[in-house]
Design a protein around this ligand. Structure first.
Ligand SMILES: [Zn+2]
Length: 307
């Protein structure tokens, strides 16, 4: 038997007395488990199995294609969706929808048996922020960007995701071969297209340029930037035609995305006003590209700031 803490992502009635629950656990990632007797009046689960409840659970794990058996669940914290706060009904509803959207996102983005402790911690912190006073939109955006990062899909914001060059074809370029080697070493599991092959002599020339000039990266751009939605990163002028699903974004939007990736928590509303709508739209399209379909609850998440 294994003990861990978990967040309840889904509850389905299975029989007259049992439930099947999907849990995101600290130790074992996402898994589905049967809770026998959970629908009886005096159940061993003490009403712990509600959507977004945080509980301590005891379970017997099974191979990935079988349901685990949940033997115990003790409620640590019930999700209240900000009902104790003095918000308007519509603001409370937006928070509820925001939380349900996160659940849908995790259920679809993470396979059963996968997951990691950092993502569990991020989920706990995000639930607390939604129930607390944090800005809803910034909280959701922060979760989305950090979840992409933790699951190995970090958006590339500084150099071309395809060839590793900095900005457009005419600008001083970082040697793509050197850059590709470094990138592959950092992310060995990543499969990203690299179309531009640099010869040995041009690598050394480019290396000289790079040593003598400051990196001229996409974050310094003054014009609109092409963002590849399938390769998940900025594209130089040369590589733009190779991506069939791309979006033009403003430099401010890219800069805000970069800040969300580096930040230790959601940025305050006052700092994100200018580019938030376009960034939300970019993130939504990246997620839909990864999942191959749209997120059902995505449309309930506010696209502009409100409280
Ligand atoms: Zn390129």
């Amino acid at each position: 038997m294994d003990k861990t803490d978990a967040v309840v992502l889904r509850v389905v009635e299975y029989s007259e007395t049992s439930l099947v629950v999907t849990l995101y656990t600290r130790q074992f990632g996402k898994l589905a488990a049967i809770a026998k007797g959970a629908r009886r009046p005096k159940s061993p689960f003490e009403g712990a199995l509600d959507l977004l409840s945080v509980c301590d659970v005891v379970l017997i794990r099974k191979p990935a294609d079988q349901l685990a058996i949940l033997t115990e669940a003790k409620l640590v914290r019930r999700f209240r969706g900000g009902e104790n706060q003095a918000w308007s009904r519509s603001a409370r509803l937006a928070r509820l929808h925001g939380a349900f959207y996160l659940v849908e996102l995790l259920r679809r983005l993470v396979e059963d048996g996968q997951g990691q402790e950092n993502l569990f911690e991020l989920l706990l912190a995000t639930i607390a922020r939604i129930e607390g006073r944090a800005d809803l939109l910034a909280t959701i955006l922060y979760f989305e960007v950090q979840a992409l990062k933790l699951l190995g899909h970090a958006p590339r914001t500084q150099s071309c995701v395809c060839c590793g060059r900095w900005r457009s074809a005419g600008d001083p370029a970082l040697p793509s071969a050197l850059h590709a080697t470094e990138e592959t070493a950092q992310h060995p599991g990543k499969q990203r297209k690299r179309l531009c092959i640099t010869s040995a002599s041009s690598v050394s020339e480019a290396a000289d340029v790079f040593r003598t000039t400051a990196p001229n990266n996409f974050l310094n751009s003054k014009k609109q930037i092409t963002f590849g939605l399938l390769s998940i990163g900025v594209l130089c002028d040369t590589c733009t035609p190779s991506e069939r699903n791309a979006m033009l974004i403003r430099p401010e939007t890219l800069a805000l995305l970069d800040r969300f990736m580096q930040a230790n928590g959601p940025l305050p509303d006052s700092e994100i006003q200018g580019a938030i709508v376009e960034l939300r739209s970019l993130i939504r399209r990246i997620l839909e590209g990864l999942l191959g379909q749209s997120l059902r609850l995505g449309c309930y998440v506010p696209v502009a700031l409100q409280q």
